[in-house]
Design a binder for this molecule. Structure first.
Ligand code: ADP
Ligand code: MG
Length: 448
């Protein structure tokens, strides 16, 4: 962290005081460089490593300008994931408390009508994922962005990387031409030209100078394992790490929702209590899982790449890659969930012989060599059968649940066609099932 105090970046005293309440006393490099330029009215593209304080680099100048002239929806912040949207909104809320900041989070999986109403009340700051915001813009006219002063794309390279193109286009069509654009990410270079097309010609570009793309305090390891024994190696990795480090939280990344769910069930079954976070879960469950992990109630989180960008959970001391990401920069984001804001952290990637090439590409990209995390192979041999049986059982359980869900979708369709309320009917249906299960159980007990 830079030793300069915030007075050097010309922030209002109330903002400096608010920062102090959350332990932020001097600006990080990206904050020291970008805040004055943003306050001076320039567009800004900021690139700095994970955990280096990019959120406050845009939130502080926006809050300062907002406090000078609050009018209409003042700033729109777009992020690629829902959980990140809530996190950014929280940061704005904490700092903006003293100026009665009104904010609104607009993400999928939450009540659209309630969101529509909140938007109509002209919040100062809207934090949104592109899909849901585009839906609102296409379906209602109770709000507009005509007074918008700031557009922020956090994780800008992800947002402009292709998969959000349609929604971003809809959103941009609804924004005033005259506005300040602020784009941030840890990995921005591959979309730089695209970003510059959206900004004005006077854009301020800041990239933190560095040889290595990951942070210094991060220890990076690999565990070499045969493909079929990977899950046993995962368990042994957790056991070995826990032997050396009792306290820290562990975040495990895997590639698909199904894998994530099955691994989560398997680990729970063998005594590693954990929660899962993936896109097949309902949003309320996603938020509940994350809350348990953040509050330290549960110390292991199994996630897909929905958790790879932006999440700031200081207690995460270990990131495990159950699969090696195919794109090197996604590796940077995943391992960037630990060793944040100057803390230490470790990342361990499980590597099969098929992954060696991918590993080398990542090593070249980050300009660092991973070292081996030593495990006792004979211990893996002892747990292998137990883990693979438990995992097969988890698969069977999941398929049964899947089957049940598919059946429920068909039932709901039928109820709708019949003009019935599907929610009410589902509730009734579930009650009857519960009752019949109870009678069966009672009967069984009587029979015994
Ligand atoms: P990034 O977006 O660069 O990955 P974040 O904005 O999420 O990083 O910040 C990471 C952590 O650092 C957060 O917990 C934040 O509160 C903290 N932080 C931000 N700026 C400072 C600062 N100037 N001094 C101390 N801690 C800071
Ligand atoms: Mg961030």
């Amino acid at each position: 962290m830079d030793e300069k105090s915030f007075s050097g970046v010309e922030l209002s005293p109330w903002l400096v005081r608010q920062c102090a309440t959350i332990g932020v006393r001097s600006p990080t490099a990206i904050q020291a460089h970008c805040i004055p330029q943003i306050l001076a009215g320039r567009d800004c593209i900021g690139a700095a490593k994970t955990g280096s304080g990019k959120t406050l680099a845009f939130a502080l100048p926006i809050l300062q300008k907002l406090s000078e002239d609050p009018y209409g929806i003042f700033a729109l912040v777009l992020t690629p994931t829902r959980e990140l949207a809530f996190q950014i909104a929280d940061q704005f809320a904490v700092i903006g408390k003293v100026v009665n900041l009104r904010h609104c989070v607009v993400v999928g999986g939450m009540d659209m009508v309630a969101q529509g109403k909140e938007l109509a009340r002209k919040p100062h700051i809207v934090v949104a994922t592109p899909g849901r915001l585009a839906d609102h813009l296409e379906s209602c006219n109770t709000f507009n962005f005509t007074k918008l002063r700031f557009l922020v794309l956090d994780e800008a390279d992800r947002l402009l990387g292709g998969s959000f193109d349609e929604q971003i286009k809809t959103i941009f069509q609804n924004l005033p031409k005259k506005r300040q654009n602020l784009f941030f990410s840890a990995t921005i270079t591959d979309t730089l030209e695209k970003l510059k097309c959206v900004t004005g010609s006077e854009v301020f570009f800041y990239e933190a100078p560095t040889e290595v793309a990951t942070v210094e305090q991060l220890e990076q390891n690999y565990v070499l394992c045969p493909k079929d024994v990977k899950d046993a190696y995962l368990v042994e990795t957790i056991r070995t790490y826990r032997g050396q480090n009792k306290g820290g939280n562990i975040l495990i990344f895997t590639n698909t929702c199904k894998n994530c769910q099955v691994l989560s069930m398997t680990l729970n079954e063998v005594g590693f209590e954990n929660v899962a976070l993936h896109a097949m879960m309902k949003q309320q469950q996603r938020l509940a899982a994350l809350a348990k992990f953040k509050s330290n109630t549960i110390k292991i989180l199994l996630a897909t790449d929905v958790a790879s960008r932006g999440l700031d959970i200081p207690t995460v001391e270990l990131v495990i890659n159950h699969n090696i990401p195919k794109i090197p920069k996604e590796y940077i984001h995943r391992v960037g969930r630990t060793a944040r804001a100057g803390r230490n952290g470790r990342a361990i990637s499980l590597v099969t012989p098929y992954d060696i090439k991918l590993l080398q590409t990542i090593e070249q990209h980050i300009n660092t060599k991973l070292t081996e995390f030593k495990l006792d192979d004979s211990e893996v041999g002892k747990i292998f059968t137990q883990i693979s049986v438990t995992k097969s059982e988890a698969y069977i359980k999941l398929d049964e649940q899947d089957f049940y869900e598919r059946k429920m979708i068909n039932k709901r369709k039928k109820w709708m066609m019949e003009g019935l309320d599907p929610d009410e009917e589902e509730e009734k249906f579930l009650k009857t099932i519960k009752r019949s299960k109870k009678t069966k159980k009672n009967k069984k007990q009587k029979d015994q």
